[in-house]
Every structure is written in C-alpha cells, then in structure tokens.
Write a protein that binds this ligand. Structure first.
Ligand code: NDP
Ligand code: MG
Length: 406
C-alpha cells in the first residue's frame, strides 16, 4: 500500500481529533501532512508535536509568529503558515492527497472549494459549505475530478448504501445528474436523534441555557453543531446537504427522529427495499470509510450489540417546537441565495445564543425574519452567494442586537 498524505483542516476540533485518531491507527497507510486550525495555537502545537506534519496553518494572521516560534521551540520540522488563503493553498497543493474538511461554518468554504477544484479525495464534514454553495462545490468536484466522501454520519450512511453512486470510480460528486445513481431510488430518509430537547413543547424551550443545549444525548460534537442539533437546524442543513450530494429534490428527502442514533440513515428503492447503515454514534466510522474507500479499514469503533440496545424507536419530527427544519426545507425550495441566507443567519443566531445574548427561541425567529427580509435572488456566481452571506450576517446581527435590547 502507498502512503496517503492527509490535510486535516479544523484539526483542533471534534471531527479533527477523530480524524487524527483514525490516521494514527494506520501508520503505514495514512499520514497527517497538514494540520490547520482557527486560532488555538497551543492546541495546534500539541497536535504538531504528536503528528509531526510537514505544514501547520493557523487562520488568524496575527498568530503566525506565535505558531512559528512554538514550532521552532519544539524543534519540529513543520513549516508555519497563517491566513485563510494559506489554508486553501495547502488544501489544494502537493502537500496532501486527501483533505478532511472539518472547519466549522462558512469559514470552511474557500479551502473546501480549493480541495474540490484540485481533485483531492475530499472527506467532507463542513456541511455549511454545501449549504452555502452546493452547486458550485459539486461542479468544482466534478471538474477537478475530486471524490467527495460525505463524513456527516447520515450522508456517509447513504453513501455506504449506494455504492454505485456517481459515475466515477467511486463516490458521489463525480457523476452527472443523468448517471445511474438515480435508477430505482425512491427517497432517502435522514435520521435525527431529536437532540437534548426532544419531546418538549415550544413553551418548555423558552428558558433553556447554552450549557443544556450543547449537552447532546448521543454525540459528542463542537458547540455550533450541538446547538444546531438542539434546534433541528442541523437536520435542516443536512436536507440541503443531501440534495446536493445525491441530487434529489427536497420532497424525496425525509426526516425521521430516531432517539437511539444507531440507524444513521436509510435509502428506499422503487421495489420496496429499504437499506440502512447502522453503527455506534462515533464519527471515526465515517472517517475510516472516507480514508479507506472502496476498501474497509479499522476505525477503533466497536461493532453494534443490538441485543444490548434492545430496541430502535422512530417518530415524526415536531416542526412546531423546532421550526428550523421547516425553514430549511423552505429555503431549499426557494433556491438561489436562500440557503446561503439561512446558513448565515443561523451562524449569527447560534453564536449570539452561545454568548447568552439571545434566547433559544430567538434562533428560529432570527433566521425566519432574515429570510423574510432578504428574498432569494438567483445564485449566479460565488460572488452572489458571498454577498448574500454578508448581507444576511449583517441583517441578523442587527436583529440580534434588537432582541438583546428588548
Ligand atoms: P469544532 O467546533 O469542534 O471544531 C471546529 C474547528 O474549526 C476547530 O479546529 C477550529 O479551530 C476550526 N476553525 C474555526 N474557525 C476557523 C477558521 N476561520 N479557519 C480555520 N479553522 C477554523 O467543530 P466540529 O468538529 O464539531 O465540526 C466541524 C464541522 O464538521 C462542522 O461543519 C460540523 O457541522 C461538521 N460535522 C461535525 C460533526 C461532529 O460530530 N462533530 C458531525 C457531522 C458534521 P480552533 O480550535 O483554532 O478554533
Ligand atoms: Mg449529521
């Protein structure tokens, strides 16, 4: 086997640490050659000591010297870089063959796009980039010859159930929309844990705190996606993500709440067959699928003991208590810049909530008001989408300040 060099973007995060765990289990096959983070230099330096990459990059340009000096003090051979452009350059250059896109939020778009254009094996966790610019990203992957393996557990499950997906050697993202992957596929069903507040009414959600919202019952994840899980916006973003990855319209993408989080998603065919992928809720499985595909490699995750779990439950999502899911379907339907607006407003709302400046119920309110104030325009170019993103952020910030004041 040849060595696969890997750039882990968002190395200091939850997905980043799971990716590095899997990489470290395969010293002859996988090597972390690039590590990138946002601003946590100390954590990044710690990872460099352990994994000895060729390059380390920090997004905040003011931290270049701190990173460089830290690497020198530790006598590491690692080269220091800083800035978002440097991260995108490393993700698309010779320093890696595979890119784990695990930066959180729209901040991940540039490096994800660069990796797609450069034809990398792209292990895509950064769902916001697909929500914001799904068509462009999929087109870039097609043109660049990149193979996208979705890392989001639901989409990774669907990927595993549709091995013929895509017209390329393997993986979706390499096929035309006319490719055989649609043959016989009726719908896909994304499962959702329901988050920490499953079963609560709208009234019972008014006073929940950030600490309660990020205490996810089944998955251990970064703060932003944890809040998204609590509002069901995460599932809404995933519906849009699935639309781009698998080429299905919103009305053929369903959501089912499954509190045990063992069935990661399902695919239904026209002959009545339903295929599902099951496993423990541990992202290392999806990452190992991405690194090894089309082969299977060890992930460190144990198999499923169904007897010990006993039962699998399913229920319909409650979109009255959790309107974010409905808002995301509506944004997908509206098309154009609407998903970019939805995503940007949500990023602002979640960060305001985490800072204790707005309440939990203000998250969907803020997203809904931003979508209403900024009607969808055609998403003609990347610039149009970036512009929609910027305008939605500034509108949402104003709304958030007003909500804080009242
Ligand atoms: P975390 O908050 O745990 O980690 C975020 C990572 O992104 C950190 O390494 C952070 O660096 C880095 N980062 C933040 N801003 C920037 C920036 N401007 N430039 C470069 N790097 C930046 O998030 P998660 O690991 O939970 O999630 C990452 C992505 O994966 C998200 O898009 C999420 O939706 C998706 N995902 C996550 C899952 C999970 O289980 N956690 C499951 C499915 C999808 P620093 O530490 O320096 O701030
Ligand atoms: Mg998911």
């Amino acid at each position: 086997t040849t060595m696969q060099t890997v750039a882990v973007l968002g190395a200091t995060g939850s997905i980043g640490s799971s990716a590095l765990d899997v990489i470290a289990r395969h010293p002859g096959r996988l090597r972390a050659s690039v590590l990138a983070a946002g601003s946590n230099v100390d954590a990044l330096l710690g990872l460099c000591r352990r994994h000895r990459p060729d390059h380390a990059a920090i997004a905040d340009p003011d931290l270049h010297a701190a990173l460089r000096d830290g690497l020198a003090a530790a006598r590491l051979p690692t080269q220091a870089h800083a800035g978002m452009d440097a991260i995108a350059e490393l993700a698309s250059g010779d320093a890696c063959q595979t890119v784990v896109a695990a930066i959180v939020g729209a901040a991940g778009l540039d490096s994800t796009l660069a990796a797609a254009r450069a034809g990398k094996r792209l292990l895509l966790a950064n769902k916001e980039s697909l929500v914001l610019a799904g068509e462009l990203l999929m087109a870039a992957a097609r043109e660049g010859g990149a193979c996208i393996v979705p890392i989001d557990s639901e989409h990774n499950a669907i990927f595993q159930c549709l091995p013929e997906a895509g017209a390329g050697d393997w993986g979706p993202g390499t096929g035309e929309s006319s490719c055989p992957r649609h043959d016989g596929l009726r719908r896909i069903v994304l499962t959702a844990s329901g988050g920490p507040f499953r079963g609560r009414s709208r009234e019972q959600l008014a006073d929940v705190t950030p600490a309660q919202a990020i205490a996810h019952p089944k998955w251990s994840m970064g703060p932003k996606i944890s809040v998204d899980s609590a509002t069901l916006m995460n599932k809404g973003l995933e519906v849009i993500e699935a639309h781009h990855l698998f080429g299905l319209p919103g009305d053929r993408i369903d959501v089912l709440v499954h509190p045990q989080s063992l069935v990661h998603s399902l695919v239904e065919f026209i002959d009545g067959s339903t295929l599902a992928q099951l496993g423990l809720p541990d992202m290392r499985t999806a990452l190992a699928v991405g690194f090894g595909w089309p082969r299977r490699i060890e992930s460190g995750v144990a198999g499923l003991d169904l007897l010990a779990h006993g039962r699998l439950d399913f229920e319909a999502p409650d979109t009255d208590a959790f309107p974010c899911l409905r808002l995301a379907y509506a944004a997908l339907e509206a098309g154009g810049t609407a998903p970019a607006t939805l995503n940007a407003a949500n990023e602002v709302a979640v960060s305001s909530f985490l800072q204790g400046r707005i309440g939990f119920l203000s998250i969907p309110a803020l997203v809904e008001e931003t979508l209403a104030a900024l009607p969808a325009a055609p998403a003609a170019s990347l610039d149009a989408l970036r512009d929609a993103d910027v305008r939605a952020r500034s509108h949402a910030m104003k709304l958030s300040t007003r909500m804080t004041a009242t």
